[in-house]
Design a protein around this ligand. Structure first.
Ligand code: G16
Length: 536
């Protein structure tokens, strides 16, 4: 007989004196603290599915860009979106209940949320390559069994693949069907869409992809089988940092987070001048491009650059397709977006920009207010979402010229190529490659579209990150009292200065961002603001 929730909870005891919070991307911490949390996430997944009449919920076990000894867990809603905000609170409550009270809290939530305990509960789950993954899966399964949920183990996947599968399952057999419910279905969808999107265009030279020694490596290697090869007018992808057998190498001196924060290529890189390079993160939901310019050295093409590239390309295609007046295109960024990128989008591309707090869930939500909503965090996490009206227009508009027909076909291909559930490094990379091929651009031309303001992001160890509270899309601190005024005073002394501090939602640290007219000033401003924050 299956364990009751009470007896199962006793096998996954909550560490004493530890409190948990569903943060920017679910729960994240040292893996050895997560067992009870993952068990209880299994219970929440079952409740959430029952609440939604048996629609399938996804659970991903990953700590993405964080170090190998960390792990994390997050929930995926039926359409592949992040968990609805109000449920983050319920998950936090269950994660913090004492072991003996877990069953009571579970049933209380069931009653309060009006959930029929006899409704079916269906859950799928996957994990990244961290060594702690299998043990945490055991805890999750114990939670799912105790809550009498049906479940399917998709084993190793990238985070965006799990989002894709969740949506596919819940839309299968409906007019909104998102794709075939299998990992192979994902590769086939991307491969076919990419072939359509680059038809008649030439991709110049190879792209070197740093896979952060994470799950993106084997998955990209698999995807290659479904992509048109360079010799057939397709793409030449060189996979590097694809060692998933040495767990300690995950995200170590490589990957998107390293490249973005250190503003340099992984030390292992053997790329030559002007070689087109990109880096994924540990679960392949972030993407950063870069190259070395013989004159100016390392050049970073981050999430802001991908957003501007995608927005300008889709904007141009919509105009060519005669749809510019019908479609509202907009870009969503966070406070980390380089000021120069925001200016370029508003003044250069003539598009509106919305700023939200950090966290894909916030950006995704805001992007849905546009017909074409392009959202990217500067760290390379993002995608494009299309409204039902946009999809309808691409599919029903009768072309008045061969050029219009071509633009419409490219737009349709993009809607299949882009993973609309969440930021997806593999899909985003194929999008960038498509756009560069259409524009006949090397990364150099891409880099020349605008000039970034020098910037610096620092990670500050503080005693209690939760005492730093923000407002205005995290651009201003309201607590500790008086700190923001001091930051403002410092910023005023720097030409083009801008700086903010916010608590990380994925690490035990405060993040300080600064930009200014010169590199030295940006560094100076960042270290001064960091020092100020540490005093509190
Ligand atoms: C996660 C979130 C991102 C966020 C990043 C850093 O990324 O999904 O939206 O930008 O954490 O967040 P924070 O500054 O709060 O630590 P990932 O790639 O680690 O899942």
């Amino acid at each position: 007989m299956a364990d009751t929730i009470l007896s199962a909870a006793a096998k996954h005891p909550k560490p004493e004196d530890k409190s948990f919070k569903y943060g920017t991307a679910g729960f994240r911490m040292k893996a050895n603290l997560l067992d009870s949390v993952v068990f209880r996430v299994g219970l929440v997944a079952a409740l959430r599915s029952r609440k939604l009449s048996g629609q399938t919920i996804g659970v991903m076990i990953t700590a993405s860009h964080n170090p190998p000894e960390d792990n994390g867990v997050k929930l995926v809603d039926p359409m592949g979106d992040m968990l609805e905000a109000s449920w983050e609170g319920y998950t936090t409550i269950l994660a913090n209940a004492p072991d003996a009270e877990v069953e009571g809290v579970y049933h209380k939530l069931e009653t309060e949320l009006n959930i029929n305990p006899e409704s079916p509960a269906r859950v799928i789950y996957a994990r990244d390559t961290r060594p702690s993954g299998p043990t945490l899966v055991t805890a999750l399964v114990d939670g799912l069994k105790a809550a009498r949920a049906e479940y399917t183990d998709y084993k190793l996947l990238t985070t965006p693949q799990l989002h894709y599968l969740t949506r596919c399952i819940n839309t299968e057999g409906t007019p909104q069907s998102y794709g075939v419910v299998s990992e192979k279905g994902y590769y086939e969808k991307l491969g076919a869409a990419f072939a359509r999107a680059i038809k008649g265009k030439k991709i110049s030279g190879p792209v070197i992809v740093d896979c952060a020694n994470g799950v993106g490596g084997p998955k990209l290697t698999e995807l290659l089988k479904y992509l048109p090869k360079a010799l057939e007018g397709g793409i030449d992808i060189k996979v590097v940092n694809n060692d998933v057998l040495r767990p300690e190498s995950l995200n170590h001196e490589c990957g998107a987070d390293f490249v973005k924060t250190k503003q340099r290529a992984p030390p292992s890189s053997k790329a030559g001048p002007n070689d087109r390079c990109c880096s994924l993160d540990g679960d392949a939901d972030r993407l950063i491009y870069y190259f070395t310019d013989p004159e100016h050295g390392f050049r970073l093409l981050d999430g802001d650059r991908i957003a501007t590239l995608a927005a300008s390309f889709i904007g141009d295609l919509s105009r060519e397709a005669g749809l510019a007046d019908e479609l509202k295109i907009g870009v969503v960024q966070t406070a980390y977006a380089n000021g120069a990128s925001t200016k370029y989008i508003v003044n250069g591309l003539g598009l509106p920009v919305v700023c939200t707090p950090t966290g894909v869930k916030h950006l995704h939500h805001a992007a849905k207010n546009f017909d074409v909503g392009v959202y990217f965090e500067a760290n390379g996490h993002g995608t494009v979402v299309f409204s039902p009206q946009a999809l309808k227009a691409f599919n029903t508009k009768s072309p008045e010229s061969p050029a219009q027909a071509g633009a419409l076909e490219t737009l349709r291909a993009l809607t299949d190529l882009i993973n609309q559930t969440v930021g997806d490094a593999l899909s985003d990379m194929l999008l960038v490659e498509t756009i560069l091929a259409h524009k006949s651009w090397t990364p150099r031309e891409w880099d020349l579209t605008y000039t970034d303001l020098p910037n610096r992001l620092v990670r500050v160890e503080v005693t209690d990150r939760y005492m730093y509270k923000t407002t205005d899309a995290e651009r201003k601190l309201v607590e500790p009292a008086g700190l923001q005024e001091q930051i403002d005073g410092l910023v005023k002394k720097f030409k083009d200065g801008r700086s903010f501090a916010r608590a990380s939602g994925t690490e035990d640290a405060l993040r300080v961002y600064a930009e200014a007219a010169t590199r030295a000033e940006a560094d100076d401003l960042a270290s001064k603001v960091a020092a100020l924050c540490k005093q509190y």
